[in-house]
Design a protein around this ligand. Structure first.
Ligand SMILES: Cc1cc2nc3c(=O)[nH]c(=O)nc-3n(C[C@H](O)[C@H](O)[C@H](O)COP(=O)(O)O)c2cc1C
Length: 415
């Protein structure tokens, strides 16, 4: 019998939406783990903007459309997925439930959606792929040291990952002040404050932290372990990503040469960079601001999505992530032309609340919300979604074709 990963706490079943799961996660996790999961950077301007952007759209629903045969199936390249959303890469996910990387991947496989494994997973990449199956993509935190980068890329290729997602929005570390206040570090280090906090969250301490400690040692990024004469040395991400501030598009072109499968560039927020990604041989991009965790003041992905789709939608598959918490958010991004939506925090709230089953619960909540919205706006298939189902809060439609209206709403250029 297959044992579900993570806590067997059934409270998550009562969660009616992602926000309920978030509240459960807040209660279960010590501060150091919860703030790392939930926080943004600096003043959280971008974090808030990611959510606020959805509020600027209203639906333009059509009625008396036969929506009795609804489907959320999408085809990306040559592959079919059950739902138009997947799980984004999240490092240190093992802080939220035991072997969360496997729990997330298994839930994604069960739901029939893609899962992106972070370089910064606590479980080695080969094991995640082997034990969870499904469609898995590998997210690369790249080092300017090509020998280091190539070693990881080769491992991901040999293990059988179907796509490589290169994250580009981290030339330097973000100012996540809560991490400094909480002394957050990986490899995880216990200090007095963390120990007291852990003791106040005994479920987490036993089921997540101590279980991980007994099973595989101090929680750490196992993909970065180096074997030096039989001794395992754990590298921190900072050590691994040497001179990541020197990376440029030639490194993507080099990756294109050594990586034989789909290549995606994550962290794109401008048409110009989407163009560079296509010119460098990428198959797709993630329009993303890293969930508001890197550059505070970056625009929300939803705001820049229409221009990027308009300019590059024919050449690149366009994924989007950042702030998605409701099915209606997902439908809005699809209507604006995204090929697929990805979720970072939402599945992690599920993992913290209920392990693998909690992640699946999060995905199911979103699936039923998307289904309801599609019925209510009168669009039974994802392919049928387009900007004509949306209007701006101001009353303008992003679909406007009228010249004056378009000039007025240059922001929505192209729709
Ligand atoms: C706890 C956490 C860890 C993350 N780790 C990574 C990572 O290792 N690599 C990466 O490319 N993005 C990482 N991200 C960013 C996500 O892939 C994604 O862009 C973002 O979470 C989307 O926003 P959302 O959380 O509002 O859905 C992380 C996000 C969170 C919340």
């Amino acid at each position: 019998m297959r044992i579900a990963h993570g806590v067997q706490n059934v409270n998550y079943r009562r969660a009616l939406n992602i926000e309920d799961l978030r509240q459960l996660a807040r209660r279960r996790l010590p501060r150091v783990a919860y703030e790392f999961l939930d926080g943004g950077t600096e003043d959280d301007v971008t974090l808030r903007e990611n959510r606020a952007a959805f509020g600027r759209f209203r639906f333009q629903p059509r009625v008396l459309v036969d929506v009795s045969k609804r489907s959320q199936k999408v085809t990306l390249w040559d592959q079919n997925f059950n739902l138009p959303f997947g799980i984004a890469p999240t490092g240190a996910a093992g802080l939220y439930c035991f072997e969360a990387d496997i729990a997330l991947a298994r839930a994604a496989a069960a739901a029939g959606v893609p899962f992106v494994l972070s370089t910064a997973s606590f479980v080695p990449l080969e094991r995640v792929l082997r034990e969870a199956g499904g469609t898995q993509w590998f997210q690369l935190y790249m080092s300017k040291d090509r020998a280091l980068a190539e070693r990881l890329v080769t491992r991901a290729r040999d293990a059988g990952f179907e796509a490589l997602v290169v994250t580009t929005d981290i030339p330097v570390a973000a100012a996540r002040e809560y991490n400094r206040r909480n002394n957050f570090e990986v490899p995880f280090r216990l200090n007095l404050a963390n120990m007291v906090d852990g003791a106040l969250h005994p479920g987490w301490l036993l089921n997540v932290f101590l279980r991980t400690l007994l099973d595989s040692g101090v929680p750490r990024f196992q993909n970065l372990d180096v074997n030096v004469g039989g001794r395992i040395i754990s590298k921190s991400l900072t050590e691994f990503r040497t001179r990541r501030d020197a990376l440029n598009w030639s490194d993507i072109r080099w990756l294109r040469e050594i990586w034989p499968r789909r290549l995606l560039v994550k962290g794109i927020l401008t048409v110009e960079d989407a163009q560079c990604a296509a010119d460098s041989g990428a198959d797709g991009i993630f329009v993303s601001n890293h969930g508001g965790r890197q550059l505070d003041g970056a625009p929300s992905p939803l705001e820049v999505l229409p221009q990027i789709v308009n300019a590059m939608g024919q050449r690149l598959a366009i994924m989007v992530d950042g702030g998605f918490r409701r099915g209606s958010d997902i439908v809005k991004a699809l209507a604006l032309g995204a090929d697929m939506v990805f979720l970072g925090r939402a599945p992690l709230y599920g993992a913290a609340a209920g392990g693998e089953e909690g992640v699946l619960h999060a995905l199911n909540l979103l699936r039923s919300e998307v289904d309801r919205v599609m019925a209510l706006i009168g669009c039974p298939t994802v392919d049928g979604l387009g900007p004509e189902y949306l209007r701006l809060e101001t009353g303008r439609s992003p679909h406007a074709r009228d010249a004056a209206e378009r000039a007025d709403a240059a922001f929505w250029d192209g729709f």
